[in-house]
Design a protein around this ligand. Structure first.
Ligand SMILES: Cc1ncc(COP(=O)(O)O)c(C=O)c1O
Length: 398
């Protein structure tokens, strides 16, 4: 039985093929298994351990009770598309036609997949920043694209503008931006985003921007790429309700942009999932219409969690890089005598009962040198869980 196929490219793109060519489990799967086996505090995967706003949860329950349980329309329910358009206008002064410029997807991940499969021809280059969310490498590879990266090195985790300029050429089909960024938590400043727009214009590239952490900024304010001068006509913006409303399991995402680009994404998306999450669509629409204060509260609750973990791990002897946003903080295990974060993360569950992820999991093996001793900790957990993790990590130096 022949088992080869494009899945190999996807696995290789996500850095999940072993040296013998066989697939290896993701570091997340490996670490979650270790967490379960050792009773560790799991600060590996980025999902909250508390429910989001009650209004959002109640709306989903109501929708199920009211019989909203069959296929929704292919582009998403009209009400959710309107809520997404209202949200973009309210927060960013971006004005969209909900009929033609908004498409609901199965999480941000499906939007990314459909957009890359829609617009990347074999051999086209796709530029991302590195470290990168692992799905990017897999999806670019599935689309047959060539993945070109621009490093975000510590301590600032911002791109060097000369490196950025030389990475983008006439072979670049898509520049994939992720701000606020996973795993570094960096919000790209406006001059970096504006340079991306200029380079896209110069080389006629599309901008695909993944803004799933848009409301989780407790440092610099988030600026959508599409709101910058000269960007809107070549930018597809992706977000999702999972991070903002602590509903990562619902997988309600969306993509917005010029109608002719959305048509291309829809052409692929309709044969990936067709539609998803009927009763969750009205619930996310409810969330998007919540008052500004709720969004502010979500970010400040996260800032408080960040403070608990960051102060604690700094006290435990790590060098800590303060994020602007998101669920994660990056720390350097070098000062504790662990120059190799992958090894460190493998011994951490047995040694002190905590799980974390090495940043090299988000970096191609041949680019790992700049990131070897860096560890990603998730802080989207209850404060007592974070205190427990800090207390355990404090035993490292003992
Ligand atoms: C940068 C980034 N994009 C996309 C996703 C996935 O979003 P969704 O669950 O809506 O597919 C994640 C989840 O961790 C992420 O970190």
């Amino acid at each position: 039985m022949r088992t080869s196929g494009p899945w190999r490219r996807a696995a290789a793109g996500a850095m999940l093929l072993g040296t013998d060519g066989a697939p290896v489990p993701t570091i997340f799967a490996e670490m979650s298994a270790r967490a379960a086996a050792t009773g560790s505090v799991n600060l590996g995967q980025g999902f909250p351990d508390e429910d989001g706003p009650a209004e959002v949860l109640d709306a989903a329950r109501r929708a199920i009770a009211d019989g909203v349980n069959q296929y929704p329309p292919g582009r998403g329910t009209a009400d959710l598309r309107e809520a997404i358009a209202e949200h973009q206008a309210r927060f960013y002064d971006l004005h969209l036609d909900p009929e033609r410029e908004v498409l609901v997807t199965a999480g941000a991940t499906e939007a990314l997949a459909a957009a890359l499969l829609a617009f990347v021809e074999p051999g086209d280059q796709v530029v991302t920043f590195e470290p990168f969310y692992d799905a990017y490498g897999a999806l670019i590879a599935l689309a047959g694209g060539e993945h070109v990266t621009v490093p975000l090195r510590s301590p600032g985790f911002l791109p060097d503008l000369d490196e950025l300029t030389s990475a983008i050429t006439d072979r670049t089909r898509v520049i994939l931006v992720n701000s606020p960024h996973n795993p570094t938590g960096r919000v790209f400043p406006q001059d970096v985003l504006q340079r991306i727009v200029e380079l896209a214009e110069e080389h006629d590239a599309l901008i695909l921007t993944d803004e799933v952490y848009e409301h989780l900024s407790f440092g610099a304010p988030h600026v959508p790429v599409a709101s910058l001068p000269g960007a809107a006509h070549r930018t597809l913006t992706i977000s999702s309700g999972g991070k903002t409303f602590s509903t990562t399991g619902w997988k309600i995402g969306w993509i917005t942009g010029p109608s002719e680009l959305i048509e291309g994404v829809l052409a692929v998306k309709q044969f990936l999932t067709y539609v998803n999450g009927a009763p969750f669509q009205p619930a996310i629409a409810t969330g998007l219409r919540l008052p500004d204060a709720v969004f502010g509260g979500i970010a400040s609750a996260l800032a408080a969690k960040h403070a608990v973990l960051a102060d604690g791990i700094r006290g435990a002897g790590f060098d800590v890089f303060t994020p602007d946003a998101g669920y994660f903080v990056i720390a350097d295990a070098g000062p504790l005598g662990f120059p190799d974060a992958r090894e460190f993360c493998r011994l951490l569950p047995e040694r002190v009962g905590v799980v974390a992820i090495p940043v090299t999991a988000f970096v191609r093996p041949d680019h790992a040198d700049d990131f070897t001793s860096l560890v990603r900790f998730a802080f989207c957990k209850r404060e007592r869980v974070l205190h427990e993790a800090v207390e355990r990590l404090g035993r490292l130096a003992a």
